[in-house]
Design a protein around this ligand. Structure first.
Ligand code: 4NP
Length: 172
């Protein structure tokens, strides 16, 4: 069974699809640089969702897509809303800011899934920030900043998954 990651923001058109696609990009890079016979791509599955439903079905925001492209990352996907079933369907739920974190936990009525829900920035190694700021109403710099934070956090997350043996591949 692959280890399943769900990235969550508000609209699922800026931050969480970036996190999903950056994570997939880093996983591909790890696979290319590894001499393993096995691949992380088969062991880790990434998805993303929004706590709000305003943009359901929409592709990632064009400004976010441009910022990602400038760092060599292609954004793909269509927005969907977070659903209660996601608690069971995913191993780890990474929220972009504290409001997303609270909104997700509010849907866990029985308080069963708290251990699965984390703030994305807990995995940053270089940026000393608690949240990935919402870039939607700001300028270009905000979108570039989101990409830089997420590159750091995704790298830290991947190293955590490997070092904590959440994902193991066969090396030879
Ligand atoms: P996201 O950004 O949560 O990173 O996808 C936003 C997208 C849309 C809106 C707010 C934030 N909105 O208000 O429509």
């Amino acid at each position: 069974m692959p280890y399943k990651l769900l990235f969550v923001c508000l609209g699922n058109i800026c931050r969480s699809p970036s996190a999903e696609n950056i994570m997939n990009h880093l996983i591909e890079q790890y696979d290319l640089s590894d001499n393993a016979t096995d691949s992380y791509r088969d062991r880790i599955v990434c998805d993303s969702a929004g706590t709000g439903g305003y943009h359901v079905g929409s592709p990632p925001d064009a400004r976010m897509t441009y910022a990602a492209k400038m760092r060599g990352i292609n954004l793909v996907g269509a927005a969907r809303k977070f659903q209660v079933e996601d608690f069971d369907n995913f191993d780890l739920i990474l929220t972009m800011d504290k409001e997303n974190y609270r909104d997700v936990l509010r849907l866990d009525a029985a308080g069963k899934y708290g251990d699965k829900v984390r703030l994305m920035c807990d995995f940053c190694r270089h940026f000393d920030v608690k949240e990935v700021p919402d870039p939607y109403y700001g300028g270009k710099d905000g979108f570039d900043y989101v990409i830089e934070i997420l590159l750091d956090a995704c790298e830290g997350l991947l190293e955590y998954l490997i070092s904590e043996k959440k994902v193991v591949i066969n090396n030879s």
